[in-house]
Write a protein that binds this ligand. Structure first.
Ligand code: DOR
Ligand code: ZN
Length: 356
């Protein structure tokens, strides 16, 4: 069992207490929607790595600082939630901006979006060789590069884009930059889990609840299911099992990152629907469901609360959250900042409930 996890029985119900967790990959957006979704995250997590893919993207320390201030002002009264900010890497990111990010102290990662790979990635990187000096500054400062690991070449099958990126883009970049710390975000394949397992200690990965719970059949069950569409797209069952194996292995290279990505209902249920699953509402319950189903609930704490801080060089949080083995039904829809969202597993029953 992980060092702090406590499982006790109370009134015949099973309760698990884990150190307060963090979300190492989160989309909050901005404005009223941000205020709405922030409360869902802040009730469970002490900190979150905030993705910079706004429109326009967060490319400078001053933009990240202003975004951080807006988040802090939107927090529910009394919340101590801490946003850990990131910069959006472009081919024009000056190395000095990365040195300033280190000095500022509130920036904890620089995000690499291959241009065209996903939501608001058009300002991203077409050729990583054009970012050599920025990556050298990351090596110097120790700030990790957070990678959306998919090639964008339309001739590469969408189900192979992650595996191809790892071999063709990321492996050479790791060789060119021997001190670069990298988080492969939201891994979806056996190849990614193995790539991280076989790499050096400077390599880690985040895993989403949806990639642990579902395979690609879920996108087409009885018809097209737009709320199951995210990027990287869900993969075959054999890949989901590899991800579960990695997440529950106890290895500190894997940690929780929801990739919770709110999109208004009408932009998902659309002829050209947006990619992203809204998982923040029941994030911990969803992860508990996956870990429990696989028989490794005792490893949930390491994955959720210990491995991420160790990689990012941050302290483990104070306090605990508790989950109880009592079913909870996910709402059919949520209104956040006046926008209708359909959460992952809407209308379905989950086995665990978060206790206040
Ligand atoms: O499904 C996704 N949604 N994947 C991403 O990489 C981006 C995210 C978003 O911002 O909506
Ligand atoms: Zn994301």
């Amino acid at each position: 069992m992980a060092p702090h996890a406590k499982i006790s029985t109370m009134n015949t119900e099973t309760i698990i207490a884990i150190k307060r967790p963090d979300d190492w990959h989160l989309h909050l957006r901005d404005g009223d929607l941000m205020t709405g979704v922030l409360a869902d995250t802040a009730k469970q997590f002490a900190r979150a790595i905030i993705m910079p893919n706004l429109k326009p993207p967060i490319t400078s320390v001053s933009q990240a600082g202003a975004y951080r201030d807006r988040i802090l002002k939107s927090l529910p009264v009394g919340s101590k939630f801490q946003p850990l900010m990131t910069l959006y890497l472009t081919e024009a990111t000056p190395p000095n901006e990365i040195l300033s990010a280190k000095e500022a102290g509130f920036i904890h990662g620089v995000k690499l979006y291959p241009a065209g790979a996903t939501t608001h990635s058009d300002a991203g990187v077409r050729d990583l060789l054009r970012c050599q000096n920025a990556l050298k500054a990351l090596e110097e400062t120790g700030i990790p590069l957070l990678v959306h690991a998919e090639v964008t070449d339309p001739s590469v099958d969408i189900f192979d884009r992650e595996a191809v990126f790892l071999e063709e883009i990321l492996r050479p970049a790791l060789d060119r930059h021997p001190k670069l710390k990298v988080v492969v975000e939201h891994i979806t394949t056996r190849q990614a889990a193995e790539f991280v397992a076989q790499g050096e200690d400077r390599l880690a990965a985040t895993l989403t609840a949806h990639h642990l719970l579902f395979n690609r059949n879920a996108i087409f069950q009885g018809g097209v299911r737009p709320h199951m569409y995210c990027l990287p797209v869900l993969k075959r069952e054999e890949h989901r099992l590899s991800l579960l194996q990695a997440a529950t292995s106890g290895s500190s290279r894997y940690f929780l990152g929801t990739d919770s990505a709110p999109h208004a209902r009408e932009t998902k249920e659309n002829a050209c629907g947006c990619a992203g699953c809204y998982t923040a509402y029941s994030a911990l319950e969803l992860y508990a469901e996956a870990f429990d189903a696989y028989g490794y609930l005792s490893r949930l704490e390491g994955f959720s609360s210990l491995h991420g801080p160790a990689f990012y060089g941050l302290p483990v949080n104070e306090g605990f959250v508790k989950l109880q083995r009592v079913p909870t039904v996910v709402p059919e829809h949520l209104i956040r900042g006046g926008i209708e969202l359909v959460p992952l597993c809407a209308g379905e029953r989950l086995a665990w409930s978060l206790l206040d």
